[in-house]
Design a protein around this ligand. Structure first.
Ligand code: HEC
Ligand code: HEC
Ligand code: HEC
Length: 371
C-alpha cells in the first residue's frame, strides 16, 4: 500500500516538475542535436509509464501496478547501439505483457494471452532525440554490478550450452529462443531470440545470478549453479541475434477475440489472500495455469516440450508424498528425475513458503499423500 502510494506520488511530482518546466519554457521543440536534453525528454515523455528511480516493486500488489519495465538500471542492462535503434522503432519484447498476470485470458480450460490488452512501448523517437535519450539512459547504472566478468568473444562449447539450456535448466520454460529455424519455449518471460543484440553480457550474467536483486518480485527463479555454467549460458545468450517475431497464433498461445483479462487471478483483493496462494499465482500459474490444471500460458501447446503437471489430478497427486512435493518445488524437476523444465524454487522461496505451497497443492487436488 505505502509503496504504491509513494510511486504514485513520485509520478505526480514528476508531472508537476514537467508542468513547471513547460511554463518556464524549456520546451525543446525544434531544438538542434546539441541542445537536446535527454533527461528532460525522458522525464516528460517516458516517466508516466516507466519508473526511473528505485526501488522496484517489492510486493505482489505493487507489482500488479507496473505498467512498463523499470529503467533505473538501463545503463547497466542495454547495449547502447541497440537502444538508439530500438527507440526509433520499438518492437515487442514481452509478448505476454509487462506483468503476465494482468494479461491472462482463457480458451476453454487453457490460460491464454489476452493479446489485445498487451501494451507495447509508445516511444518512437527521431534519430537525434533517440541519441539524446540513450545518452541519458546509459548514465542510469547499478553501481553494485560487477563489470568485465564476461569476455564476449570467448570460445565455448555450443553442444554443452544447448544441453544445459534446453535440458537441465528450466530456461526455455518461460523464454522463447530460436535454434536454427525452430522457434520454441514459453512466453511468460522476455523473448530471448534477439537478446545478444539487446543486452550487456555482464548484466545478463548478473540477472541470471540473482534475478531478485533487479526485481524482488520477478517470476524468474534464482537457480544455483557454478560460475562456469553461468558464464556458458551468458556467452550462449550473447550469440542470440535473430530478431524473430513470435507467432503466438500459430502456437495456440492467444485468447481469440477480444478477451477480457481474467478477473479471478487479477483482482486487487489479492491482499486478503494467503501468502501461499499469492506465491502460487506469481510463480506457478505461468506454467501450471490459473486453475492449477497444467494449462498455463507456458504449456505444451504454447511451446513447451513437456506438460506441467495437473495439480488438480488427485489420482496422480496422491501418489506423491508431501516430502516429494516439497523436494520437487525446492530442487526442481531435474533433482527428482522429472523434466528440468520444472524450476527449482529453493533459492527464491523460504522453506516455510515451500511447506505452505505443499499444503496449498493439497487443497487444489483435494487429496492426501498415499490416498
Ligand atoms: C504508454 C506507456 C509507455 C511510455 C509513455 C513509454 N514506454 Fe517504454 N515501454 C512501455 C512498455 C509497455 C514496454 C514493454 C514492451 C515490451 O516488452 O514488449 C516498454 C519498453 C521499453 C524499453 C525496453 C525495456 C526493457 O527492459 O526491455 C525501453 C528502453 C523503453 N521502453 C524506453 C522508453 C522511453 C525512452 C520512453 C520515452 C521516450 C518510453 N519508453 C515511453 C511503455 C511505455
Ligand atoms: C519461471 C519463468 C522463468 C524461468 C524458468 C527463467 N526465466 Fe529468465 N526471466 C523471466 C522473467 C519473468 C524475466 C524478466 C521479465 C521482465 O524483464 O519483464 C526474465 C529475464 C531474463 C533475462 C533478461 C531478458 C531481458 O530482455 O530483460 C535473461 C537473460 C534471462 N531471463 C535468462 C534466463 C536463463 C538463462 C534461465 C535459465 C537458467 C531463465 N532465464 C529462466 C522468467 C524466467
Ligand atoms: C517453467 C514452467 C514451470 C513453472 C514456473 C513451475 N512448474 Fe511445476 N512443473 C513443470 C513441469 C513441466 C512439470 C512436469 C515435470 C515432469 O512431469 O517431468 C512440473 C511438475 C511439478 C510438480 C510435480 C513433480 C513430480 O514429482 O511429479 C510439482 C509438485 C510442481 N510442478 C509444483 C510447482 C510449483 C509449486 C510451482 C511454483 C512455485 C511450479 N511448479 C512452477 C513446470 C513448471
Amino acid at each position: 500500500m505505502g509503496k504504491s502510494f509513494d510511486v504514485r506520488l513520485d509520478r505526480l511530482l514528476v508531472g508537476l516538475i514537467v508542468s513547471a518546466m513547460l511554463v518556464v519554457g524549456t520546451c525543446d521543440a525544434g531544438a538542434t542535436a546539441e541542445t537536446l536534453d535527454g533527461r528532460a525528454i525522458v522525464v516528460r515523455e517516458c516517466a508516466g509509464c516507466h519508473q526511473l528511480r528505485p526501488p522496484a516493486a517489492s510486493t505482489f500488489e505493487t507489482l500488479l501496478d507496473r505498467t512498463a519495465p523499470d529503467l533505473f538500471y538501463a545503463g547497466s542492462k542495454f547495449r547502447q547501439e541497440w537502444l538508439v535503434d530500438w527507440l526509433q522503432d520499438s518492437t515487442p519484447i514481452r509478448y505476454s505483457g509487462v506483468v503476465y498476470l494482468n494479461h491472462l485470458g482463457s480458451v476453454g480450460d487453457k490460460d491464454r494471452i489476452a493479446v489485445d490488452t498487451v501494451q507495447s512501448c509508445s516511444a518512437k523517437l527521431d534519430p537525434e532525440r533517440a541519441e539524446a535519450v540513450t545518452e541519458y539512459l546509459m548514465t542510469l547504472e547499478d553501481a553494485t554490478m560487477k563489470t568485465g566478468v564476461i569476455e564476449p568473444g570467448k570460445k565455448f562449447s555450443k553442444p554443452k550450452a544447448l544441453r544445459l539450456f534446453r535440458k537441465q535448466l528450466p530456461c526455455i520454460g518461460c523464454h522463447t529462443v530460436r535454434w536454427g529455424k525452430r522457434v520454441m519455449g514459453g512466453v511468460s518471460g522476455p523473448n530471448l531470440t534477439d537478446a545478444g543484440n539487446r543486452l550487456n553480457p555482464d548484466w545478463v550474467y548478473a540477472r541470471i545470478e540473482n534475478p531478485q536483486h533487479w526485481d524482488p518480485k520477478t517470476w524468474m527463479p534464482r537457480v544455483e549453479m557454478s560460475h562456469k555454467k553461468r558464464e556458458l549460458l551468458t556467452l550462449f545468450i550473447n550469440t542470440m541475434k535473430s530478431p524473430a517475431r513470435i507467432d503466438l497464433e500459430k502456437r495456440d498461445a492467444v485468447a481469440q477475440g477480444s478477451a477480457a483479462p481474467m478477473s479471478v487471478f487479477v483482482t486487487r483483493e489479492a491482499a486478503s489472500r494467503s501468502e501461499a496462494e499469492k506465491n502460487y499465482r506469481l510463480y506457478c500459474v505461468q506454467c501450471h495455469g490459473s486453475r492449477g490444471n497444467g494449462r498455463g500460458i507456458n504449456d505444451t501447446a504454447g511451446g513447451l516440450p513437456v506438460s506441467p503437471r495437473n495439480h488438480l489430478y488427485a489420482e496422480e497427486m496422491s501418489q506423491l508424498s508431501d516430502e516429494e512435493l516439497g523436494m520437487a518445488i525446492a530442487e526442481g524437476g531435474d533433482a527428482v528425475q522429472k523434466s528440468g523444465l520444472m524450476p527449482p524454487w529453493g533459492e527464491t522461496l523460504s522453506a516455510q513458503e515451500i511447506d505452505d505451497l505443499v499444503l496449498y497443492l493439497r487443497q487444489l487436488c483435494r487429496c492426501e499423500a498415499g490416498g
